[in-house]
Design a protein around this ligand. Structure first.
Ligand code: NAD
Length: 470
């Protein structure tokens, strides 16, 4: 993977540079004092956001093969989430978990307390919903901490621009930052990427990503039950709310969007899309109140005219499709054979991915229990221990912006260009850095508990009628 010496500043630069990189330092090649890890070579870790992925990411961190690791602090807004994650991690990594009661923090400022337990050069893990990314990243940079943050990293224009600026500051301090777009660390997809760049399928003309399955996670919500607070409830059901996560579109589809664009080594310049919601009532007859569509079909266009179609569906009973394909002038590649990134990947002659047409297939991982979630941690900690330039935020933001532009195209019924999305002024969770447990949520339900939904062709400037409380 190449490193790129200067950060892309214009969309054209983004497109030219972004696909080539798995790790970019804004200041690669410039000598910067090394930020040292703890003297005994142990990298200490703080986990902020102790849900499903937080527990998984901390487990991955404590499983790396690059050197000693220790979990020393945890933060969440729900005590039970923190407790469950602690119990699971302590059971699995007894010697590597040292989080006494006084280093477990609850509340919106818990991230500061948790990061205050670290030394410069240690690692903060951000696995809350994306709305808090920039707030936590800003503090980590102040504390000279390396970071692993989950995808997506933004859902709107202002925070995307903010994250790019913060990314430059992180690189200027030689901090290492990983973003949870794990496809780029899957060895079979890295192998495929190299082959596609070497021209094995010819020029890339078309890509197709499908993530179509039944309802999962918190994509659909029934009315707020009145407890916990409306804000905490929205946070606990973040896939339902565009401010918190970019909705199911951003949360679920970013993996295919990212790795398909990576195969093409470019980001699309524009998107137009279809989407809708067939079912507004649960099987039990309760109204759904969330902001998602249940079906999306996005047509992305690249500068050279090539297309990428991303289809998403969360609908029980319909047939499941969950894979990605890359079509070139000479052949077709199977990127994710199933799920977000699972292999084997393969290359085929012609446009049909059959056994008979197969020219190459990726080998299984040398160590079967390692997967991309482990590799992304091996890669990050290897960069930290060897002080190699490593900052995945630029492409993390670019993938997030491209995802948001597809989502916004579907939600508004308008064609959205990359720079329109990046330069959009609407911030979905303003002043989130000042929130307390008593803050109101950025959107409120109507008399029936329903939140504003996208109405393509009717609400065209923004994705929904904002009712942000002053
Ligand atoms: N890369 C992947 O394959 C993958 C898989 C799953 C989730 N994710 C990402 O990880 C993130 C978390 O997803 P999840 O499934 O673990 O959700 P989750 O709800 O299980 O966990 C999120 C946790 O963050 C906590 N939290 C929310 N706001 C907080 C704040 N301000 N401060 C501290 N804690 C806070 C919540 O209480 C919860 O415990 C999302 O961005 C999601 O997209 C990535």
């Amino acid at each position: 993977m190449n490193n790129t010496p200067t950060p892309p500043t214009t969309r054209r630069d983004f497109i030219k540079t972004s696909g080539r990189i798995a790790a970019v330092s804004a200041l690669a090649g410039v000598t910067i004092p090394h930020v040292f890890a703890a003297e005994n070579n142990t990298l200490q870790v703080a986990l902020i956001g102790c849900g499903g992925r937080g527990g998984g990411a901390a487990d991955n961190a404590l499983s790396v093969k690059t050197g000693p690791m220790k979990l020393v602090a945890m933060a969440d807004v729900f005590p039970d989430k923190l407790k469950n994650a602690y119990n699971g991690l302590a059971a699995r990594h007894k010697e590597k978990v040292d989080v006494p009661q006084e280093r477990r923090f609850i509340g919106f400022d818990g991230y500061k307390n948790a990061m205050d337990c670290l030394k410069p050069g240690d690692i903060a893990i951000f696995t809350t919903p994306l709305a808090f990314r920039w707030v936590h990243f800003k503090y980590a940079i102040e504390k000279k901490l390396n970071v692993f943050m989950e995808k997506p990293v933004t859902a709107d224009g202002p925070t995307s621009r903010r994250m790019l600026k913060l990314s430059d500051e992180a690189s200027a301090k030689s901090l290492k930052v990983g973003v949870g777009l794990m496809s780029r660390h899957a060895r079979h997809l890295q192998d495929l990427h190299k082959r596609v760049q070497d021209g094995e399928i010819g020029d890339v003309m078309l890509m197709r990503g499908y993530r179509m399955h039944g309802p999962v996670a918190s994509a659909f919500s029934k009315r707020w039950p009145g407890n916990p607070s409306e804000l905490l409830w929205q946070i606990s059901r973040f896939h339902s709310f565009l401010w918190a996560s970019g909705g199911c579109f951003s949360d679920f589809y970013i993996h295919h969007i990212d790795h398909c664009c990576w195969m093409k080594n470019a980001w699309p310049v524009k998107a137009q899309a279809l989407g809708g919601r067939h079912f507004r009532v649960s099987p039990e007859g309760d109204p759904w109140v969330d902001q998602n569509f249940d079906s999306y079909a996005v047509e992305y266009t690249f500068e050279d005219g090539a297309k990428f179609y991303m289809d998403g569906r969360c609908n029980s009973g319909a047939q499941s499709f969950y894979f990605s394909h890359v079509h070139g002038t000479k052949g077709i590649a199977v990127a994710a054979k199933s799920n977000d990134f699972s292999g084997p990947s393969s290359i085929h002659k012609g446009q049909l991915p059959t056994r008979e047409s197969m020219l190459w297939q990726s080998k299984p991982d040398a160590e079967p229990n390692l997967n991309a979630y482990n590799y992304e941690w091996d890669d990050l900690t290897n960069a930290i221990r060897n002080d190699k330039p490593y900052n995945e935020v630029p492409f993390g933001v670019q993938a997030s912006v491209v995802t948001s532009m597809g989502r916004k195209a579907a939600h508004t019924g308008m064609e959205i260009r990359y720079e329109d999305m990046l330069n959009d002024d609407m911030e979905y969770a303003p002043d989130i850095d000042k929130w307390t447990m008593d803050s109101p949520p950025p959107i409120i339900g109507d008399a029936n508990g329903k939140y504003p939904v996208p109405m393509p062709g009717k609400t065209t400037k923004h994705e929904y009628e904002m009712n942000i409380r002053a």
